[in-house]
Design a protein around this ligand. Structure first.
Ligand code: ZN
Length: 487
């Protein structure tokens, strides 16, 4: 008797899914793959509608919201995946008496795309009124739209990607709990560099969300790995070179209801996600490029002056800011970021890091990262150690790329615009990283000469990140970078 009833329920579910999945199909999927030869232009566009199903089955309630694409291959994978998730939920009550309790299964889907790869994230919540805490978990599904195959991170990343994620996971434990993770650590096995530990990822807003287990919270969490960090690990065929934005358009909503022993409500919203290229400043990789770096600021007057000069010359620079100065001037950090300048971490109090404990080093960097994130919504990805002082303790406690320099203008010493110019003009060459300090009038005055003069000579001023990227140099935590030349 019981078996028969389950069979009936099973058939009902299958039927409902079959009906529900046939409701809408919209437009055509345009998917132009990347082509590095056509000037880095890539347009990825995926159309989909979001469908909501609300279904009652005795004491089980399903609230499912998922996308329907116009491509049937894509839908087949997604439908199967969701069906299995819903069946898992139902099967978990096999042999359990649930007559007096109502269980709810909530599933919502988020979508991201990176070139031809589509990422789906399913947030699942199982709850019951009588239970104090709902069970929550996340599943990710990655699909290659070239052949509509399901993918794992190792399919689009080079094998070293796990090492990057491991470094980022270490950073998370350092920044969150002040813990330096080593092979002896309690949770080393949870985060060590294996395919299994880093199998769940989702791409959104230029970040790869990497799911890891946080043993302190006893929960799965995700860490954000910025595109600039993971890009060097993407396999060639999945690389794309754009700055992208995502837009969503909601145009239509329809509601349908069917009544039978179970109830299904379907809502459809047409949406379009679109990634397009925005570039106001074009970098020509065949022309020489240099990275100007300014330490110890921001300084209201001179930093503004330098930004004005950069802007006038359609150029950018990297500012290694000191935490204690950030309280004074937050707007200038926003301006740097809006202009496309890079903001690096030059510690909270400008102490010699080699004289500090790992915990103190961590807090010196963490305070600045936190503040910058509050201001512009993202953390610096690179560090310049005060005095360039770095030892092994610093490298372990601060798993960031360390940006050094190969041209020291000695501007802090000479405080003379002519002398500063002399250190740069005539000496500078492709790939150089130049050290200056945006504190002094003489430095700003020197920039007024140096920047337009070098632009005229055909140099491009780029950020440190851009320089290393265009020169094909991978940024790795704990490594010092003196210039944009492969040694
Ligand atoms: Zn400094």
């Amino acid at each position: 008797m019981k078996k028969k009833r389950y069979l009936f329920l099973f058939i009902t579910i299958v039927l409902i899914f079959t009906i529900a999945f046939q409701v809408t199909s919209i437009g055509g999927v345009t998917n132009k793959g990347s082509d590095k030869n056509i000037n880095f232009n890539t347009i990825t566009q995926q159309e989909y509608s979001i469908k909501k199903i609300e279904k009652y089955e005795k004491n089980l309630v399903y609230n499912i919201s998922y996308p329907i694409f116009s491509n049937q291959n894509l839908n087949k994978i997604v439908e199967n995946y969701i069906k299995n998730l819903a069946l898992d939920f139902r099967n978990s009550f096999d042999g359990v008496d649930i007559n007096n309790q109502k269980f709810v299964f909530n599933l919502s889907t988020e979508i991201g795309s990176l070139n031809q790869i589509i990422f789906l994230k399913f947030d699942i919540e199982k709850n019951c009124k009588e239970y104090p805490n709902p069970i929550k978990y996340t599943k990710t599904l990655i699909i290659d739209t070239k052949d509509y195959n399901q993918m794992l991170p190792q399919d689009f990343f080079n094998k070293n990607y796990r090492d990057l994620f491991y470094q980022e996971a270490k950073k998370y434990f350092l920044n969150t709990y002040g813990l330096v993770i080593t092979k002896e650590s309690e949770n080393y096995n949870d985060i060590k560099s294996t395919e299994e530990n880093y199998s769940k990822v989702f791409f959104k807003d230029n970040n790869m969300q990497v799911y890891i287990y946080d043993y302190k919270k006893q929960n799965e969490i995700y860490i954000n790995v910025d595109k600039s960090l993971f890009r060097p690990y993407l396999k060639k065929e999945y690389l794309e070179y754009n700055i992208t934005t995502e837009t969503s358009i909601t145009t239509e909503a329809t509601t349908q209801a069917t009544s039978s022993e179970t109830t299904t409500i379907t809502t459809t919203q047409k949406q379009t996600t679109q990634t397009t290229t925005i570039s106001s400043r074009k970098i020509d990789k065949n022309k020489p490029m240099i990275a100007l770096t300014f330490d110890d600021g921001p300084n209201g007057k001179n930093t503004s002056k330098i930004l004005d000069i950069l802007q006038k010359n359609n150029s950018v620079a990297t500012f290694f800011v000191v935490g204690r100065r950030l309280e004074v001037d937050k707007e200038i950090i926003k301006r740097m970021n809006n202009m496309g300048c890079q903001i690096g971490n030059h510690t909270a109090n400008h102490k010699d890091l080699t004289k500090l404990s790992p915990k103190e080093i961590n807090s010196e960097l963490w305070l600045v990262n936190k503040k910058i994130k509050e201001i512009i919504g993202k953390q610096p990805t690179v560090v310049r150690a005060p005095y360039g002082a770095i030892n092994n303790t610093v490298k372990t406690a601060a798993p960031y790329p360390f940006i050094m320099w190969n041209i020291d203008t000695r501007d802090w010493k000479t405080r003379n615009a002519k002398a500063i110019e002399k250190e740069v003009i005539g000496k500078v060459k492709d790939g150089d990283i130049i050290l200056m300090h945006d504190l002094y009038d003489s430095t700003a005055a020197a920039c007024e000469i140096i920047i337009p003069a070098l632009v005229k000579q055909g140099f491009q001023f780029v950020t440190v990140e851009e320089l290393l990227k265009y020169k094909g140099i991978e940024m790795k935590p704990g490594v010092k970078y003196f210039n944009g030349r492969k040694s």
